[in-house]
Design a protein around this ligand. Sequence first.
Ligand code: ZN
Length: 91
Amino acid sequence: MSAGLVVVPAAAEFLTVAEAAAVARCHTVTMRRRVESGEVHATQRVKGGRWTIARVCLEEQLLSGACSHQRPRRSGNVVDLAARRRAGGGR
Ligand SMILES: [Zn+2]
């Protein structure tokens, strides 16, 4: 294992934060911050869990500052409680 070097498979459609950082040539911590702030479009299955970043989203973000289907959100990508309520919480 070579320390600090992240090899991103050319065919990878979805990237981890570390892989996205390698593609964007920034630090993993920087990428995580950009993801958590919503600057980079990413999804997270569980709050506090692993982020998944679509390669197309990252590439568009790097080129134009935002991917085409990204909507500004108040709390970045962090769990959309309103959507969860709409989906049938409300008990
Ligand atoms: Zn996107």
